[in-house]
Structures are given as structure tokens and as C-alpha cells.
Design a protein around this ligand. Structure first.
Ligand code: ATP
Length: 355
């Protein structure tokens, strides 16, 4: 069992508020990803949970027990770092056994447990090697094995895949998902990589400048972002954000933007207010007849299976992700359309979602 509760935690370093009044309830068995740009406070929060930092205010609870003041080794948590922090002079076997030796477990118990964990992570053939003779992915698995060997209630991981190349990263992502399923343990995982967050998390906690911008399942953050920050952080390329006005024309509410030769029909909005309209690149379609948005193609990026069309709409630019070949070239006039249900409206001042 490992339920983690972060209760109004703040961490100040001199004049920097790294974490500001963050409250987060992580259920037993969750795969929670702490996501956000560099410097937003996600590593600090993880370190506060691990006991490597002490909060300026607030509490950390593990299964209802206040552990705010407990030493790291007294917490039933295992931390896996980006650098793996393996002992270079020890074999893989000794590295994995280290936490059990430190706790003076019996030789038989250590041997049994190391064999079990090594088998689970397919490290058995590598037990006699030293870290220098391993690939990045293998080292990463040894670091995980060392964390697993104690059978902790929760795993805390800080960017554990960032040293791997793209192919290995994707394979290790799949391994971590399977491992989480098999162990049923609580995973708390820090990354700035939205693909890792989208593919692995049961819930994402997205940070903005020390605060939580939104917490929820990946689809919820993607489909109903609470703010322009969330909308812009998830998705590659990110959601298009356009300055516009919601107005009534011909008895219908429409979103119109200055300089746009077209309008996007929308239901259930308010009349004549300034808004920021969001639309995901993959929700824009190129249409043959008159579309809602008319513009000129400025650039075409070939992604292999699809193309990214960069379109200037008379001052504002959007990106559309379309099937290949789109049969348009830079300089061509193009008509784009989107379904009203695919439009997101935000308050232009606060950036918060309106509908
Ligand atoms: P990254 O992805 O770059 O690691 P992060 O989101 O994990 O970023 P943190 O490492 O938590 O961010 O840092 C949050 C803020 O706190 C930053 O402004 C950072 O400079 C500051 N900070 C972190 N640790 C310390 C420290 N020990 N002393 C002073 N400032 C710190």
C-alpha cells in the first residue's frame, strides 16, 4: 500500500518559490507523472516526497501517516535518478543487492531476491558485469532493479529515460508500463517530455511555475485543457491559439478574428466578447470549397506519413496536420475548416477556459 498525499506544500529557496501551495492526492497503484517545463518545481516536489528536501510549509503523508520530518531511509519509497547512480566498482549483482546488504538481510534472502528481480527485468545474463560494460538501457534497468529489490510501496523516478536514445526510450517506456502493471505499485515519475507523460501516466500533474496547472488523466488534459498554458504544453505541434471575437451574425454565434476571411461557427458561446480560440492542428481540414478560415501557405513540413501546413491567416498563423500529400505548396491560397466541437475558447486575459 502506498497512498501519497501532498498537503499544501511550499518550498522556498532564498527568493525562489520552487513549489507553491501544492496539494495532490496520489492513490495506491497510480502512475502519476509530474510534468512541466524546466524549472517549474517538479523535481523539487519529488525530492520533498523522497525526504531529500524539507518543505518550508505543508505536509507529506504516506498512507495517512505524516512523514514530513522522516529521514529518506525511513520512508517506504525508492528513488531512481536520471544518472542511475550505480556503483561503478560493483557488479550488477552487487549493485542490485546493495539496499538489502545495507539492511543486513541474510545471504540466502539476498540471493533469492536478487535472482527474482534480475529475472523480472531480464538482467540475469548480465549479473557479473560492471556498469561500464552495459548499455544505457541496461544501466537504467539495473537502477530500477536496485529500487525494486526492497519491494517498496512507491517508486519515485526523476527523468529516468533522458539519457537514452529515441528508440531505446520508446522500448523502455513500454517496459515501464508493463512493470507498473505487474507490480501494482505506486509510480511517481518526473519528466518534461509530454510523450512520456501521455503514454505512461494514469494521471498527469502539470506544473506551471511552482503551481499545479491541471491534474487529470492524459486524455482530459489533451481534450479539455483548463488554460492556454495546458493547451500549449501538450501536443506536438501544440494547439493553435488565435485572438478572436465571439459575435452574433445571421442569428448564429460565430468566432471571427480580425484579418480572417472567414468565421468558425460555434454554439453556446456568449455574444461579442474577446476570446482566444484554440484548435488542434490535427482538427483542421483542408477543404475544396469555402472553408471557415482562408489563408496562404507559408511552409510545408513533411513528417513522412503526414504534412504540417503553416498557414498565414492575415497576420495570425496556424498549423494544420494533414494527410500526405496535401497537394499545396508555399504561396498557395488554402481553405481550412474545423468542426465547432473542436474549438476551445479561453479568456484572453487570464488564459482560463471559458467553455
Ligand atoms: P528541470 O526539469 O530543469 O529539472 P524542475 O521543474 O525539476 O526543472 P526544479 O529543479 O524543481 O525544477 O527547480 C524549481 C526552481 O527551484 C528553479 O527555479 C530552481 O532553480 C530552484 N531550485 C531548485 N533547487 C534549488 C536549490 N537547491 N537551491 C536554490 N534553488 C533551487
Amino acid at each position: 500500500m502506498a497512498r501519497l498525499q501532498i498537503d499544501a506544500v511550499t518550498k522556498r529557496f532564498g527568493a525562489t518559490d520552487a513549489v507553491r501551495e501544492v496539494s495532490l492526492d496520489i492513490a495506491d497503484g497510480e502512475f502519476m507523472v509530474l510534468l512541466g517545463p524546466s524549472g517549474c518545481g517538479k523535481s523539487t516536489l519529488l525530492r520533498l516526497i523522497a525526504g531529500l528536501e524539507t518543505p518550508t510549509s505543508g505536509r507529506v503523508l504516506l498512507d495517512g501517516r505524516d512523514i514530513t520530518g522522516s529521514a529518506p531511509q525511513q520512508r517506504d519509497l525508492a528513488m531512481v535518478f536520471q544518472s542511475y547512480a550505480l556503483y561503478p566498482h560493483l557488479t550488477v549483482e552487487r549493485n542490485i543487492a546493495f539496499p538489502l546488504r545495507a539492511r543486513r538481510r541474510s545471504r540466502a534472502e539476498i540471493a533469492e531476491r536478487v535472482a527474482e528481480v534480475a529475472a523480472a527485468l531480464e538482467l540475469t545474463p548480465l549479473l557479473r558485469r560492471r556498469p561500464a560494460a552495459l548499455s544505457g538501457g541496461q544501466r537504467q534497468r539495473v537502477a530500477l532493479a536496485r529500487a525494486m529489490v526492497r519491494d517498496p510501496g512507491a517508486f519515485l523516478m526523476d527523468e529516468p529515460l533522458s539519457n537514452l536514445d529515441a528508440k531505446l526510450r520508446s522500448a523502455t517506456r513500454a517496459e515501464l508500463i508493463a512493470l507498473h502493471r505487474r507490480l501494482g505499485a505506486t509510480f511517481l515519475y518526473v519528466t518534461h517530455d509530454q510523450v512520456e507523460a501521455m503514454t505512461m501516466a494514469t494521471r498527469i500533474a502539470l506544473f506551471e511555475d511552482g503551481r499545479l496547472a491541471q491534474v487529470g488523466p492524459p486524455e482530459e488534459l489533451y481534450d479539455r485543457p483548463r488554460s492556454t498554458f495546458v493547451a500549449g504544453f501538450l501536443g506536438a505541434p501544440p494547439m493553435n491559439l488565435l485572438s478572436a471575437t465571439v459575435t452574433e451574425r445571421d442569428g448564429r454565434l460565430r468566432v471571427v478574428a480580425e484579418g480572417l476571411d472567414g468565421a468558425l461557427g460555434i454554439a453556446g458561446a456568449h455574444g461579442d466578447v474577446a476570446v482566444t480560440v484554440g484548435v488542434r492542428p490535427e482538427r483542421l481540414r483542408v477543404v475544396a470549397e469555402r472553408g471557415a478560415l482562408r489563408g496562404r501557405v507559408t511552409m510545408v513540413e513533411n513528417l513522412g506519413s503526414e504534412e504540417l501546413l503553416h498557414v498565414d491567416l492575415g497576420g495570425q498563423s496556424v498549423c494544420a496536420r494533414v494527410a500526405r500529400p496535401a497537394a499545396v505548396r508555399p504561396g498557395d491560397a488554402v481553405e481550412l475548416d474545423a468542426a465547432p466541437a473542436d474549438l476551445h475558447l479561453f479568456d484572453p486575459d487570464s488564459g482560463l477556459r471559458l467553455s
